[in-house]
Design a binder for this molecule. Sequence first.
Ligand code: NAI
Length: 673
Amino acid sequence: MATEVHMPKLGLTMEEGTIEEWKVKEGDTVKKGDIIFSVSTDKMTNDIEAEADGVLIKILVPEGETAPCKSVIAYLGAAGETAPAAGAPAAAPAAAPAPAAVPAAAAPTGPAAKEVHMPKLGLTMEEGTVEEWKKKEGDTVKKGDILFSVATDKMTNDIEAEYDGTLLKIVVKEGDTAPCKSVIAYIGNPGDACGAAPAATAPAAAAPAAAPAGGNTITVIGGGPGGYVAAIRASQLGAKVTLIEKDHVGGTCLNRGCIPTKSLMHCAETYETVKNAASLGITASKVEFDWNKIQSFRQGITDKLVGGVKGLLKMNKVKLIEGEAKFSGDKTVTVTKTDGSTETITSDKVIIASGSEPAMPPIPGIDAPACINSTQALTMDHVPASLLVIGGGVIGLELGSVYNTFGTKVTVVEMLPEILPAMDSELTKIVKNQLTAAGMDIRTGTSVEKIEKSRKGAKVTVKGANGEEVIEVENVLVAVGRKVDPAAINASATGLTTLEANDKMETSVPGVYSIGDANGKWMLAYTAMTMGEIAAANATGGDMTFDRKSVPSVIFLGPEFAGVGLTEDEAKAKGISYKVGKFSMSGNGRSLVMGQTDGMIKVIADTKYNEILGVHMVGPRACDMIAEASLALRLECTVDEWIDTVHAHPTVTEAMREAMLAVNKQCLHGANK
Ligand code: NAI
């Protein structure tokens, strides 16, 4: 009898799935555990394994089509066997008369009974305990009947039968625990063969990332947040790891990016707070700043963290080589060390984490001495009187707002119609208004035509809706993105023309991984770290995949701006039926105390399940608070589950719960927008 292949239920809220790709075609032989198709939902794409050996005799749901969870989408059977007639109800095959070629047998040597599995009810569930069997052996069961209840450390769920038939055999008794997807019972016709019973308390699956037998040597190129994390994790997983860094460990993040920017930003915020403290009854007679001390503070933080990373590498037995690595063969790198000597290293696996460099657009005069990149902008020996920023992206706005606070006249020139184009456009407008109110001149839809040296610094010709204009400034900060150069590490010597990687972080050359800025997926320190953990696990025998859906965006401005998941524009463009909930920070007590009420939380939820699809916010602590939203998206949380979670008072987090309430038109401290 043909075995049904079902659309899986991959999460609590999944109701249907779309066949993204059939990995096998009709007539192909498959083994239990082979990947036979990939299914996508609005949240994820998953490869699905065959649950039985056999030949794929019929595909019912072709690629691109959607089917409800647990419906039959294909049949597996013996070679030459035909699928049940089209139109037969999905649950019918068990009740259909046995085909002539397979006579019904009285002894349990008949057709194989259907397996009942311990379900996987959430991302983190590894095993479950059968709390109660709602049927006993010999009982007739109908598809959809509650068959048993399963308990995990988090919840108890009633589980429905997936087939009609007789409950032939219970393998895992009440109170016993079994791994997810293991067989816990059999359903079929009397006389069907029930497979060998696995031990009821089989040990949980082996740790995915144990080091392969025979040792495993890994070379990591680049000691930024991606590379140092990959090196530490690979070493923790038993590999012998060499990390090569040509400059300072910590990479762009600690030395030239996130951390120094946030150090300067902290000084700017403190300066601003002290200047504006009179309304709180706190006055200071002469508020000044000392730029040299600010620069020492910035460098001190970096030095402390770089030293900390070196200590972590040592503690984790990672061999650090200071020098520049270039591929000189297959998984072979030659390092030119800082002392001038060279060393060639061949290893089992290589993880490329060589980062990116600021990009320079082909604007005439861009090489003028007044033009600086973000690295130079962090280490200026004085605060310039005026600064024109090319690029209204993350770097341009963060650094522009720092200098604006310290008194520089800042003009931002962005060629697109809006700044921060990837963020929710409604909230971007709030941010733009606030930056403008703080004194920044933001020109969108404007291009830079040319830059000429001048006595003051540079004369920049810009062209916008009102025609051309020349703006003379002391410095021009070029912040138009970053670029990756595979030739810088001679990647072709290991067979690579690009450093792109799949979601397991592996490049087109097996055993060579690429993470962080280098692979160009996301140029963010925190995605680089996650990718480092994934590459290290996969290079040591594990199987981890990068989850794009829960990656937050954070922009450290005054106010902070953060988001995760779909923006309203994206939901619209995808034709998703969605609801919106909004809450103004002016209704949040803690924000009022902090004097930061010009902000908003905006939630996008799907209309069918009330599932949270996106959370976007402008306001105090937004870049910290977004973590709760990332977790919600990762766990496929609904608006109602978020609302059911008590939030502490008085905190800014209450505003997020209010925005969730607004989705349900039940906002308590504001209008239901
Ligand atoms: P970006 O891609 O964020 O922004 C560059 C902007 O420049 C874009 O809006 C683009 O339209 C504009 N642009 C490009 N060419 C232009 C031209 N000729 N004239 C005018 N405008 C032009 O790149 P950005 O700001 O340099 O940042 C680089 C990377 O570093 C990004 O991937 C960013 O996400 C990351 N980063 C992240 C931070 C965070 O998470 N807080 C902080 C700083 C950087």
